[in-house]
Design a protein around this ligand. Structure first.
Ligand SMILES: [Mn+2]
Length: 306
């Protein structure tokens, strides 16, 4: 792909991490993948192709002037069980006013991300958009495998499970459904979303209204037709269009303070369509969060000086 003359992040890269509107970090780790590795290559691929994105949201709002500071990749070591805390420590120092954007990695990278988000925003709610709840105590040979990602994130962050909403679920282990029922997690399944997209998204919006929210987006929530480049494709998923509309409606009355996109696996992608789906989601979430912050007068001085 010829990206000559184009700058990363749609030309928005710049500013210092202390004052930028958006702070990006990668976690190039896929040691928790049990089916097939490859997500460790995602941060670099996403960054590289980010130069091809226009700095304009799909509704025509300009992102021009938004300052995007990229910390590069943070080192989670060879095992997330021990490596999450260093990454969480660095991410927790991202100013609360910045929109944190993390590029996974497999979904266990979200353990570090959510631990940091709870530090930055103690009352944060989490919208976990994923084909799988990742709520197993033990899964596929370990407690720190991808099927346990959300369970471990709750453990280490102290986040109340009742502040978690799972959207797009369709593949479950029995113990996950038990945990969801026993702990007040709201589950809005892929089937719910397909049958009644607006009502389902509004149900989430009611729960998130007035809250600071972190969106953890596992790209396998998308149907494999739209995102083949992932560790374990799950049939019956959302289109990219449906996912964008879900995020917009569900967070309409909330403030998005962070977003991570995980499980993009470039080696299994086809023509980079999964990487570009991730980039579309990132840029649109920036637009959604930007609108709210613009209204609140919380943007960097760079914004609006076009
Ligand atoms: Mn997941």
């Amino acid at each position: 792909m010829n990206l000559d003359g184009l700058r990363p992040w749609g030309g928005l890269a710049g500013g210092s991490p202390e004052s930028a509107d958006v702070v990006v970090a990668g976690i190039a780790y896929d040691g928790s993948a049990v089916y097939r590795k490859g997500a460790a290559l995602a941060p670099q691929r996403i960054r590289s192709l980010s130069a091809a994105m226009p700095p304009v949201a799909e509704d025509g709002r300009l992102l021009t002037g938004l300052q995007v500071a990229d910390l590069g990749d943070l080192d989670a070591g060879t095992d997330i069980e021990t490596g999450w805390s260093n990454v969480a420590e660095r991410l927790s120092r991202v100013p609360p006013a910045a929109l944190l954007t993390v590029l996974g990695g497999d979904h266990c990278t979200a353990i570090a991300t959510l631990a940091a988000e709870v530090k930055r925003h103690p009352d944060v709610a989490v919208l976990w958009v994923d084909a799988h709840p990742d709520l197993c105590e033990f899964s596929r040979g370990g407690r720190w495998t991808c099927g346990c990602a959300l369970r471990r994130a709750l453990d280490v962050s102290g986040l109340d499970p009742a502040r978690v909403i799972i959207a797009g679920g369709r593949d479950y282990d029995p113990e996950e459904l038990e945990f969801i029922g026993a702990n007040g997690v709201l589950l809005v399944s892929a089937q719910d979303l397909a049958r009644n997209p607006t009502l389902s998204a509004e149900k989430i919006a009611d729960r998130l209204a007035g809250q600071s929210v972190h969106v953890s987006f596992d790209v396998d929530v998308l149907d494999p037709a739209f995102a083949p480049g992932t560790e374990i494709p799950s049939a019956g998923g959302l289109s990219t269009r449906e996912a964008l509309d879900l995020l917009r409606t569900a967070t309409d009355r909330a403030t998005i303070v962070g977003f991570d996109v995980v499980e993009v696996s470039p080696p299994f992608d086809s023509g980079d369509i999964t990487t570009f789906a991730a980039l579309k989601l990132i840029f649109e979430v920036w637009g959604m969060s930007l609108l709210a912050r613009k209204a609140a007068g919380q943007l960097s001085k760079g914004h609006g000086k076009r």
